[in-house]
Design a protein around this ligand. Structure first.
Ligand code: P6P
Length: 336
């Protein structure tokens, strides 16, 4: 009986795709796989051991950290540190980046930026949440402690990016710049198996994902695009369907599979939008582009934006190529 390839086998088989592969990226992805299993385990039993609910501690975003946020952050940080492949790490849960300042880690060639558990507002109501990660080669000299510049690289310099979606099943989706592949976790065996080889997003879709509760705060271009989605026009399969879970990874994963667009625009309440450029928009944009889609801030390609700060927020338009282009047309037409 032909069985599916495991994530570990796939990483080894495709190691040649990674130009500087000396096993480091493979080991790095393996540590993400291990931490993902541990977080999945904790999420699966969260309702039972009362680790749900606010920890009472606020993170840099001023958001009350859920206990699972903190746990996910600790699990990924310790697992990534233990393998010796990365010289430092930036996380939504930390104000500053973490320097792994010892001989082994100073010689490491990669840095990781991550949102350990995105969708925190959904954690204790049992709705899908996710982990998002982004990997760069450091630009500071190997053998020295990493610097802020190692983390403020544009998204077009990413060497790998991915997410885990902890939902009805748990799936790990990642790219190293050679297409997108998805691996579904089999809890009975404890392994991730290749379930979604060479993922491609439909060029057109009919799902739009936006929090319309913020409509009055949106730029005119977004308001016009939303009304366009709601117009009746059978020739373009409109009105489209509105689907918004409030968990980026869940909304993104559905749109990646079925076609669609996710928009978190700027607004008067959030003049730069809500999503963070470095550890949400860039990795998700890398995956979407590798799957044939597009990601911009409404005008400029997300991965070409020059980062200025670790927790910088940007407006985010991401999904099927033709849908993002249509939204960008409205943004170009109505500039206020
Ligand atoms: P709103 C979760 O906090 C998150 O960062 C994304 O996962 C999600 O898409 C978005 O914020 C939801 O934000 O303002 O619509 O509740």
């Amino acid at each position: 009986m032909k069985r599916h390839t495991t994530l570990g086998e796939f990483i080894i088989e495709n190691q040649k795709d990674f130009p500087y592969a000396s096993g480091e990226l493979s080991a790095l992805l393996s540590s993400i796989r291990l931490a993902g299993k541990m977080v999945n385990q904790e999420i699966g039993k969260a309702g039972l051991v009362n680790i749900i609910g606010a920890s009472g501690i606020e993170n840099v975003q001023g958001e009350t950290q859920q206990k699972l946020d903190l746990l996910a952050h600790e699990l990924f940080t310790s697992t990534l540190r233990s393998r010796g492949e990365i010289a430092g790490l930036a996380s939504e849960e930390m104000e500053d980046f973490l320097v792994f300042n010892d001989d082994i880690h100073r010689r490491a060639r990669y840095v990781v930026l991550m949102d350990p558990l995105d969708g925190s507002s959904n954690i204790d109501v049992n709705i899908s949440v996710g982990t998002i990660f982004s990997v760069y080669r450091r630009i500071s000299p190997v053998g020295t402690p990493v610097t802020l510049q190692d983390f403020l690289q544009p998204g077009n310099q990413q060497v790998a990016a991915g997410y885990l979606a902890y939902g009805s099943s748990t799936i790990l989706v990642y790219t190293t710049g050679n297409g997108v592949n998805g691996f579904t976790f089999d809890p009975g065996i404890g392994s991730f198996f290749l379930s979604h080889p060479d993922m491609k997003v439909p060029e057109e879709g009919n799902i739009y994902s936006v929090n319309e509760g913020n409509y009055v705060h949106f730029p005119t271009g977004v308001k016009k695009y939303i009304k366009w989605c709601q117009d009746v026009d059978e020739s373009t399969n409109r009105p489209f369907t509105s689907r918004y879970i409030g968990s980026l990874v869940a909304d993104f994963h559905r749109n990646l599979l079925k076609g669609g667009i996710y928009i978190y625009p700027q607004g008067t309440k959030l003049p730069e939008g809500k999503l963070r450029l470095l550890y949400e928009c860039n990795p998700i944009a890398f995956i979407m582009e590798q799957a044939g889609g597009k990601a911009s801030d409404g005008h400029t390609r997300i991965m070409d934006l020059a980062p200025e700060a670790l927790h910088q927020r940007v407006p985010f338009f991401c999904g099927s190529k033709k849908m993002v282009e249509k939204a960008e047309d409205f943004m170009a037409q109505f500039t206020n």
